[in-house]
Design a protein around this ligand. Structure first.
Ligand SMILES: NC(=O)c1ccc[n+]([C@@H]2O[C@H](COP(=O)([O-])OP(=O)(O)OC[C@H]3O[C@@H](n4cnc5c(N)ncnc54)[C@H](OP(=O)(O)O)[C@@H]3O)[C@@H](O)[C@H]2O)c1
Length: 330
């Protein structure tokens, strides 16, 4: 019998999360029955979406939603023999018994020199989000100028690097000088610290005086207002996220984008990576290919210990991570 730990949402978030929103529980798991497997978490993801999704997809008392890389440690299911690694959408848990329907095999022939944790980042959901935002939503073309915010994070750093692979000029913003230095290391043409520039308008103009063809939007709020004004006519905006708004107790009010959108004839499209689920296997292979060729670098912000899941989650929302925020379950 295995003792499983899990983190539950005791009370819906109201403003920025706190320790009081979470409770650690321990339970004995039954042996897997025919068709089932027992999973052990290796790496767990903490992601911004957990903050807004919890309000619409969870009840108080539910185990926190989330994805992990897990290893099959007992199996009565031939599709997932012992030792198999999977991506499991089973929430913040150290162990779980699954019938396999919610499990996805790690990409076949995963190279030994590529960490499995990248299946939660560059070669996982955030990498796919970056790829689909660029190719399916923006239709980014060689020679164009792209702006991305939260650029040193899991999605943003991949956005910038793919845009460079495609022969574009890339401008990124992030919340510390160390993150800005990281973006330069990755090959971003221009990068600035949005917290210290004083005027976002001036920083955006300085980075690309001719304006922006494409804007990969991760943040929302005042950054969005400033960025829209720097778009070129017929510019395209992929609305991926709005992390500057996720912890608001009351919705932020305007300025509203209508006149800017009308005068510049902008196109803005919200999207979720899941729209292109049918393309995931092929897309993951492309991301892996770029990683193996050295064209796509990855950094992870690793928190050790399942007990520290809430701290890792809140730290990510505060901007402590450069690259993908993950938890290594010890
Ligand atoms: N549509 C989809 O399918 C999809 C999928 C995945 C992610 N997303 C969205 O994409 C965005 C990035 O997600 P991620 O997983 O890559 O997270 P991430 O960028 O790795 O981590 C979140 C980052 O957001 C920044 N941040 C936090 N509060 C901010 C604020 N008030 N203003 C500006 N930046 C702030 C912080 O970096 P700084 O130090 O730079 O502030 C923090 O490191 C999120 O909005 C997320 O919801 C959407």
């Amino acid at each position: 019998m295995v003792q499983a730990k899990s983190w539950s949402l005791t009370k819906h978030f109201d403003g920025f999360p706190s320790d009081a929103n979470f409770e650690l529980k321990v339970e004995d798991l039954p042996e897997p029955k025919d068709g089932e497997v027992l999973l052990e978490a290796k790496f767990l993801s903490v992601d911004p979406y957990m903050r807004p999704f919890s309000g619409v997809r969870m009840k108080e008392g539910d185990v926190m939603i989330g994805t992990q890389v897990a290893k099959v440690i007992q199996s009565k299911n031939n599709t997932f023999p012992v030792g198999t690694h999977v991506v499991a959408r089973c929430g913040w848990r150290t162990h779980v018994v699954s019938n396999g329907t919610d499990l996805v095999h790690i990409l076949p022939n995963w190279p030994e020199d590529v960490p499995l944790s990248l299946a939660l980042g560059t070669i996982g959901m955030p990498g796919l989000t970056a790829l689909y935002g660029i190719e399916e939503v923006l239709g980014l073309q060689e020679g164009e100028t792209l702006l991305v915010n939260a650029a040193a994070g899991a999605v943003g750093n991949v956005v910038g690097q793919i845009a460079k692979i495609k022969g574009c000029k890339v401008v990124g913003s992030a919340g510390s000088d160390a993150k800005v230095a990281y973006l330069k290391e990755l090959g971003f043409d221009e990068a600035f610290n949005y917290k210290t520039v004083g005027s976002l308008e001036q920083a955006l103009k300085k980075a690309s005086p001719e304006g922006y063809d494409c804007f990969f939007e991760n943040v929302g709020g005042p950054f969005s207002t400033a960025a829209l004004q720097q778009m070129k006519d017929f510019g395209r905006i992929a609305v991926c996220g709005g992390i500057a708004t996720y912890n608001d107790k009351t919705p932020q009010m305007g300025p509203y984008p209508h006149l800017t959108m009308i005068f510049k004839q902008l196109k803005m499209e919200g999207f979720m990576h899941s729209r292109w689920e049918h393309k995931h296997p092929e897309s993951l292979k492309r991301l892996m290919g770029w990683v193996k060729e050295g064209k796509l670098q990855s950094r992870e912000h690793v928190t050790k210990g399942f007990e520290n899941m809430p701290a890792a989650f809140m730290g990510m929302l505060r901007g402590e991570n450069t690259g993908k925020a993950i938890v290594a379950s010890l």
